[in-house]
Design a binder for this molecule. Structure first.
Ligand SMILES: [Zn+2]
Length: 266
């Protein structure tokens, strides 16, 4: 059995502020880099206990060079850095005939109050919608998994995102390690989070067959940029249109066309 893990940091247990996500501020970053690695290790171990013999890990935050691979189980393969393909945080998921996709350290969507670090892809947009629903990176990446027929079995991150995931995929197993309140974060103990992720990931992988991603027939994406200048220039992407001076809209029936739009327009 093969499992794919996409790992972010802004939903890692206890994380609260941008310097804690950035290599350039090592004093703040180091504890969360470590915790991110421990959470991925826990998810890998859970997957292995459920029968996975290979776990493919995509380091999916910022430089994509956050995880310490030496701390992960030996059966993993890990993709560090960015290939430059539109799959982005899911790069590699198209290649492996995976039986389940797992997400760790994920965070709520742009403008959501459920995480002080909430955003979608970058900080240049106020929000993103897909078919009228505020879109997170999780939603986009779940659709990417679904596009390749991979069930989305597990998510750890903030509570707002876990609540959303349960609505999208009722069979998914989640661990809400953080809850955002304005600029604050209330979290579990980091060791308790690791324990919970280890146990939940095993349960999740065993339940993966109940976690198919519901794929819409059509995807209408809107990116609301913070700056009208940026929206204007990005609206020249083939097939895109500008609405309300800040909204760049794109519609397609094939999710990969949306991913390609996102790849060039975000
Ligand atoms: Zn990130």
């Amino acid at each position: 059995m093969r499992v794919f893990i996409s790992a972010d940091i802004e939903g890692t247990c206890g994380i609260n502020a941008w310097p804690e996500t950035e290599r350039s501020t090592p004093m703040d970053y180091a504890p969360y880099q470590k915790q991110m690695t421990k959470e991925v290790e826990a998810a890998c171990k859970g997957a292995i206990a459920a029968g996975a013999d290979e776990v493919f890990v995509k380091d999916a935050h910022d430089s994509a060079r956050n995880l310490d691979p030496s701390e992960l189980p030996e059966c993993i393969r890990i993709m560090r850095g960015w290939s430059g393909d539109p799959l982005s945080m899911m790069s590699g998921v198209d290649k492996g005939h995976f039986d389940a996709a797992l997400f760790t350290g994920y965070h709520a969507w742009a403008s959501c109050g459920g995480n002080p670090l909430s955003h979608t892809m970058n900080l240049q947009n106020e929000f993103v919608t897909i078919n009228g629903v505020r879109a997170s990176e999780f939603l986009m990446n779940a659709y990417t998994a679904g596009y390749y027929g991979v069930p989305v079995a597990f998510l750890s991150g903030d509570k707002a995102l876990c609540d959303f995931a349960k609505e999208l995929i009722p069979g998914i197993t989640t661990v809400a390690v953080n809850e955002g309140i304005g600029g604050a974060t209330v979290s579990m103990h980091p060791k308790a989070a690791v324990k919970a992720i280890r146990e939940a990931a095993e349960k999740a992988v065993k339940n993966a067959q109940n976690c198919a991603v519901p794929m819409p027939d059509r995807f209408d994406m809107v990116i609301r940029f913070r700056e009208h200048q940026k929206a204007y220039s990005r609206s020249f992407y083939p097939g895109a249109r500008l609405e309300d001076e800040k909204n760049v809209c794109f519609s397609a029936g094939d999710w990969f066309d949306v991913l390609r739009f996102a790849h060039f327009v975000f």
